[in-house]
Design a protein around this ligand. Structure first.
Ligand code: C2E
Ligand code: CA
Ligand code: CA
Length: 860
């Protein structure tokens, strides 16, 4: 086919040569005078009209070409046989060919792959008045191909059908699509495209991998075998089945909007495999449509994350540790469920101020300061804070917070919040226990000392007084009735104290039967005396212990701070001193501390110190008081009596210091020294030819408390080569009452050594006769208390007679103490008392003088 064979179209589209020839012919005809004038005139009109038309056509032609070439995409005009009638500039550039090589050629010159009947579908569409779109690959002059999308539309020219084809170069789009596909395949998020009916159009490899059941993707068209939908179940976060209309993809299509991170579980029934996915779905629209036809869903597998977070949540719940975050920019506080549960407020705290508001008053400022410091200085904090829950219960939390690492502006503060209430309560219980006397529930010694120290350190509270309360005769109840009765009595005493003191003071058990009351004197300077009187009243009624009634009274000493003591110890010491003064004066009374007492107190302290060092300083010595046969007047034995000579304090009788040494325990060391000196003395006298003089040594109950008295005696007898019979041990009934586990054993061992045992001051104590029979004792010493009253005092006479009778009937030896005159001697002699001891015969004598009274060696 040639261009000339298509005159109509060509004439319009290419040039005007035909018109020019007609015009020239008309012009010469109208000048042809052989023609009739009206014919020439008509031809001239035709010439002029044609000339005018030619000019218009030329203008149109030029305009058309400008427009045609201005189109940026290749445009070709093709006739009904597929011949290219025209091609624009963009077409020449795209196919890299001049117009002449293409115009007049069949379309195959641009696309050799087109089938023979390729125009048929084009005409089908065009005939329906639609445009035809096809993606094909076109060829350049050099044979290379490029993808195009061709839009074809029909038009009529000269009654003949033509097609205008606009080709859009798809190379870029194709590249982008390839990149997009590649991206879809390498991305670690699962991507699926689903249509409105739920069928899967596309799934990337991550999606296939994640769902983890190869070929079993629900609804995937690439499945090797179609699987029934029932193999899969989609579940909500709570495990319930999620209906299809709730799937994020379905919602995205239905609602035409993005459905953000939705957690769902994909359960594969046959494999019993549950995967948790976080899915985001976006609707997709077909070109020109305003309703989505499909949805693209992106998802990640959060199974591990969910497991971890579930685990984390469980751990949090168990450990009662929650998390919190304060987003400063958004002014929003975020609390994990556990954290919110710990704070347990009526309204979930939504701001840092809400959180501060549930804290105890003092802790609010602490917390705020810590947060401010974190913002300003960047270091975190770790605080223990107290607050209260909506139900009024107090909580303790440990709050740790820090700015997010790498966040210079500290725009977020995150941390943990741990419930330490139980721990704190435990500590509090321990603290209370540590402060409480377990028997009476009163404060203990440490606690009252601490309370006093705190008050005395505070100028506004320092006007305090202390009442030192000692129960009179408590020791007797305890000794006679036993410890449990003693305990019951203390509990009752504590109750009475509580009632008497009320809220006016703190009460503490300070020692065995000693109590302290601390009260303020700020409002009422006389309140200590008032409280003391109330306490004395409370003790006026007897105590019922084991169905018996005991009068247990109290002695109270009062001391005021700061005059009577500037430290708790000094103050209590003063109150103690006053209490002793009261006790000495009159039992069941109160005594206010005076400076004179302080002096005697200091003396006593000095005395104690001196006593402690007396043994080391060789300040003790022994005197020996003869025990005389009341009939013959012969010395039968000696009692060793200790003496203390101190440079400053002078010579002291044991009555002044023995009880002191007993209370401090020094007596044990002193007592051993006495035993040693006595044994050494007996050995010395023996060696001097006086024979064995039996020496009686006083032994304190405290020496029986240990288990080494018998062993010590044994060692001394051995050391001085003495028979046990050279020694007699005198002890008071206190030894029997203490009832130390080793006492009976000690007695037995001493008896086995032939050491004599005697009960001193017999008759003074609460002698229970039944034990006398059980004990391996050899003698009694009739107390001088009763000897002093004979023969004049009838009751003393009665006691002496009774004691003599007991000794006689039990076959025990008897020594009467404190025999000062002849009447007593005669009385005792008449009573059958064999031995006497007293000033009538001799006081205690130094060893050499005693030896003299023994007479010349060898005469005994
Ligand atoms: P005690 O065992 O009853 O000793 C007798 C006390 O009566 C002695 O007083 C003695 O000096 C005193 N005395 C002796 N004859 C008469 C008298 O006719 N009239 C009066 N009024 N008193 C007389 P001392 O030496 O002051 O001892 C007092 C107490 O000290 C003793 O009483 C004894 O219980 C204790 N004691 C003495 N030496 C020791 C010792 O080495 N160890 C222990 N644990 N206690 C001792
Ligand atoms: Ca004695
Ligand atoms: Ca005595």
């Amino acid at each position: 086919m040639t261009a000339t064979s298509l005159p109509g179209t060509h004439a319009l589209l290419s040039d005007n040569d035909g018109n020019a020839q007609v015009l020239a012919a008309l012009d010469s005809a109208c000048r042809d005078l052989s023609l009739p004038a009206h014919t020439r005139e008509m031809l001239c009109h035709a010439r002029d009209a044609l000339q005018a038309a030619s000019v218009d056509a030329e203008v149109a032609r030029l305009r058309y070409h400008a427009l045609f070439d201005a189109v940026p995409d290749p445009v070709s005009i093709i006739d009904e046989h597929g011949i290219v009638l025209d091609l624009n500039k963009a077409g020449m550039a795209a196919y890299r060919r001049p117009r002449e090589e293409i115009v007049g050629q069949p379309i195959h010159v641009l696309n050799p792959d087109l089938p023979e009947d390729h125009m048929a579908p084009v005409w089908d569409a065009v005939d329906r008045g639609e445009s035809f779109v096809i993606e094909v690959s076109n060829m350049r002059a050099d044979g290379t191909r490029f993808p195009v999308e061709v839009h074809s539309a029909g038009f009529l020219h000269d009654g003949r059908k033509c097609v205008v084809a606009v080709a859009r170069d798809l190379s870029r789009r194709r590249e982008a699509e390839v990149r997009y596909r590649e991206l879809m395949e390498v991305i670690d998020k699962g991507i699926v495209i689903q249509t409105a009916d739920g069928s899967l159009v596309y799934a990337n490899s991550a999606a296939l991998r994640m769902i983890g059941v190869p070929g079993h993707v629900p609804g995937h068209p690439n499945q090797r075998t179609p699987r029934p939908a029932s193999e899969w179940m989609v579940v909500r976060e709570d495990g319930s089945e999620m209906p299809a209309e709730e799937y994020p993809a379905m919602r995205a299509i239905r609602e035409g909007r993005l459905i953000g991170s939705t957690l769902l579980g994909l359960y594969h029934r046959p494999q019993r495999k549950l995967r948790w996915l976080s899915v985001t779905s976006v609707p997709q629209y077909a070109a020109g449509s305003d309703r989505p036809h499909q949805a693209l869903s992106m998802f990640s597998d959060v199974t591990a994350l969910k497991r971890d977070s579930a685990l984390f949540h469980r751990v949090q719940t168990l450990a009662r540790i929650g998390g919190w975050e304060w987003d400063r920019a958004a002014a929003r506080l975020y609390l994990t469920d556990v954290a919110a549960g710990i704070l347990a407020q009526a309204q979930l705290p939504a701001s840092i101020d809400d959180m501060i508001a549930c804290l105890a008053h003092d802790d609010r400022a602490r917390f705020r300061r810590a947060v401010d410091a974190t913002i300003l200085e960047g270091h975190g904090f770790d605080l223990e804070l107290q607050g209260s829950r909506a139900d009024g219960h107090a909580f303790w939390v440990r709050v740790i917070g820090e700015a997010e690492p790498g966040d210079p502006g500290a725009s977020r503060i995150t941390g943990t919040l741990q419930d330490i209430t139980a721990h704190k309560q435990g500590q509090e219980t321990l603290r209370v226990q540590a402060r409480t006397d377990p028997l009476t529930g009163l404060l203990n010694r440490d606690a009252i000392l601490g309370e006093l120290a705190a008050r005395m350190a505070d100028a506004t509270l320092s006007r305090v007084a202390v009442l030192y309360i000692d129960l009179d005769r408590f020791k007797m109840v305890n000794d006679v009735l036993g410890h449990s009765a003693g305990d019951a009595l203390l509990v009752t005493a504590a109750q009475r104290l509580r009632r008497a003191v009320g809220t006016e003071g703190l009460i503490a058990r300070f020692g065995g039967d000693e109590f302290l009351v601390a009260c303020s004197t700020a409002d009422d300077p006389d309140s200590p005396e008032r409280l003391a009187d109330a306490i004395l009243d409370a003790f006026a009624i007897g105590f019922g212990v084991e169905k018996e009634e005991f009068a247990v009274t109290a002695s109270i000493g009062i001391a005021r701070a700061p005059d009577d003591g500037e430290s708790p110890h000094a103050l209590i010491q003063s109150a103690d001193t006053a209490m002793y003064a009261s006790k000495r004066r009159v039992r069941n009374g109160r005594q206010v501390f005076t400076p004179a007492m302080a002096q005697s107190q200091r003396d006593r302290l000095r005395f104690e110190t001196q006593l402690r060092h007396a043994a080391d300083n060789d300040e003790f010595h022994l005197v020996y008081q003869p025990q005389v046969d009341l009939v013959s007047g012969r010395i039968v034995a000696a009692e060793a009596l200790i003496r203390w000579r101190n440079e400053r304090l002078g010579e002291m009788r044991p009555d002044h210091f023995i009880s002191q040494a007993e209370s401090t325990g020094d007596i044990v060391r002193i007592g051993l020294w006495v035993l040693r000196m006595a044994c050494r003395q007996v050995a010395e006298w023996r060696d001097a030819g006086h024979g064995i003089v039996r020496v009686a040594v006083n032994v304190s109950y405290r020496q029986f408390l240990g288990d080494d008295l018998a062993a010590n005696v044994r060692a001394l007898l051995d050391e001085y080569a003495l028979p046990g019979a050279a020694l007699e041990l005198e002890f008071t009934e206190r030894v029997l009452i203490e009832d130390a586990p080793e006492t009976m054993n000690t007695f037995a061992q001493l008896r086995a050594m032939d050491v004599a045992l005697a009960i001193d001051d017999f008759g003074e104590g609460y002698s229970a006769l039944n034990y006398l029979r059980r004990l391996p004792i050899q003698g009694l010493k009739l107390s001088q208390l009763f000897v002093a009253g004979v023969p004049g005092n009838a009751s003393d006479v009665a006691v002496c007679q009774a004691v003599a009778g007991i000794a006689h009937s039990l076959g025990l030896g008897l020594v009467a103490e404190g025999v000062e005159n002849e009447e007593q001697r005669a009385f005792l002699l008449a009573l059958g008392v064999p031995v006497g001891q007293g000033f009538l015969f001799s006081p205690g004598l130094p060893a050499d003088q005693f030896a003299l009274s023994l007479g010349a060696p060898g005469t005994r």
